[in-house]
Design a protein around this ligand. Sequence first.
Ligand SMILES: [Zn+2]
Ligand SMILES: [Zn+2]
Length: 132
Amino acid sequence: MHLTGKCLCGSVKFEAQSDGEAADRCHCKMCRRWGGVYDSVFVPSETVQIEEGEDLIKWYESSDFARRGFCSNCGSNLFYHADRHKDFSHLYAVSVGTLDEPTNLRVKKHYFCASKGDYYEIEDQLEKLETY
Ligand SMILES: [Zn+2]
Ligand SMILES: [Zn+2]
């Protein structure tokens, strides 16, 4: 599935290719500190094409195996990439909120429910994983 997206200010534009329609919702503390519960779709890294504004993307190393990309002009969170993880480095988790609609994606799973915030409940019937 062909996906297109952009940051809030529109300086960064990208495309990617998703294998399916599944998206995930991550409740971990790092994602929430980064901006909020993180809805993302995993896509093969090589399908991510930055069409505009590549020089504005800043990468923050949020752990010893992963980095997070955002627009340095408007602050939009764009990509989570476990670039130094042996099993996941071939994938980007693209922020679903930045995608042009219709996305044709559906959130299918909750991740890191064990570290969700204390200010909301997870009340739907989707699969809930303690970690990932
Ligand atoms: Zn921007
Ligand atoms: Zn997370």
